[in-house]
Design a protein around this ligand. Structure first.
Ligand SMILES: CC(C)(COP(=O)(O)OP(=O)(O)OC[C@H]1O[C@@H](n2cnc3c(N)ncnc32)[C@H](O)[C@@H]1OP(=O)(O)O)[C@@H](O)C(=O)NCCC(=O)NCCS
Length: 262
């Protein structure tokens, strides 16, 4: 018999959850097999909440999971998966319903997630649970042809986050939001008409500027840290899109952001 319980009630640990994650994502649409330390760090940085997260347990093993984060009146699905041998039995549906019910019981107003374009099984599951697409998001890799930091200065996270918020026409997704990244090791560059916040490995968390020429400067500055990865850029940001195309950026994933209003 399969039990659906919150992770905190399951009596299992993050090592067990990591094992289940590796098995469930072994045939994922993109390679995703983090080591134990990377897996823990990713959960921590996104605000994994053991009480809001649910697991399917069979004979002491996790066979499915919904890893959830909480922030104020919002919840976010960090990741969901079912081991290959346990799929097609409704486990992900039961996990999703349990996580949504728990959210509803504690005054949550909306549940958010992202799903990679082409992962039709997962998208269909989320739609069946009531989620709807709010916007499309692009992920890019960029080796800038001519990095140049002359137009920007290093500054503190709060100052740069504020200027980005002023100039950006869209809100960052959960994983790039101020509250998620504020504890991380960050490099923040300030331009007089924009800014950029970069994390480990050249991951661009937030970027915005008042106009294209300022945006060009900001990207050239960001590139002085090395190769850049931009995860979850709003597809509707045509200025950023055109500039990244011009600079030869490679779009490696398109995602849908989905929301369930409760
Ligand atoms: C997506 C995933 C979690 C579904 O798990 P599952 O336990 O097999 O899902 P369920 O049995 O509860 O199926 C629920 C619904 O999802 C949809 N679905 C699931 N797998 C599907 C597939 N391969 N093709 C089409 N629809 C699928 C169906 O609508 C299904 O309902 P239905 O059978 O009544 O039509 C699982 O396939 C998985 O772990 N995939 C790899 C990791 C992954 O993609 N995670 C999601 C990241 S966003």
């Amino acid at each position: 018999m399969t039990r659906i319980v919150s992770f905190s009630e399951s009596g299992l640990d993050l090592g067990d959850l990591h094992g289940a994650m590796l098995a469930a994502f072994s045939d994922y649409i993109v390679p995703l097999q983090p080591d134990a330390a990377t897996f823990r760090a990713a959960l921590t940085s996104r605000g994994f909440d053991p009480e809001a997260s649910f697991v399917a347990v069979e004979e002491g093993d996790i066979v499915g999971f919904w890893n959830v984060a909480k922030r104020g009146t919002k919840r976010y699905l960090i990741g969901s998966g079912t081991r290959i041998g346990s799929r097609g039995q409704g486990l992900a549906s039961r996990l999703g319903k349990a996580a949504i019910q728990a959210a509803q019981n504690s005054g949550t107003d909306s549940f958010w997630l992202e799903v990679i374009e082409g992962n039709t099984g997962a998208e269909r599951l989320y739609r069946k649970l009531g989620f709807a697409v709010t916007r499309k998001l692009d992920c890019y890799r960029l080796d800038h042809p001519s990095p140049d930091r002359s137009s920007c200065e290093l500054s503190d996270f709060g100052t740069v986050a504020n200027i980005i918020q002023r100039y950006s026409s869209w809100k960052p997704t959960w994983q790039n939001a101020k509250e998620t990244i504020c504890g991380a090791q960050l490099t923040s560059f300030l331009h007089d008409r924009g800014g950029v916040i970069i994390g480990a490995g050249g991951l661009v968390h937030q970027i915005a500027a008042s106009e294209t020429s300022a945006l060009e400067d900001v990207i050239a500055t960001a590139a002085t840290v090395g190769s850049l990865t931009l995860v979850n850029v709003d597809s509707a940001d045509s200025a950023l899109f055109s500039l990244l195309q011009e600079l030869g950026a490679h779009r490696f994933i398109v995602q849908s952001e989905m929301r369930l209003s409760l």
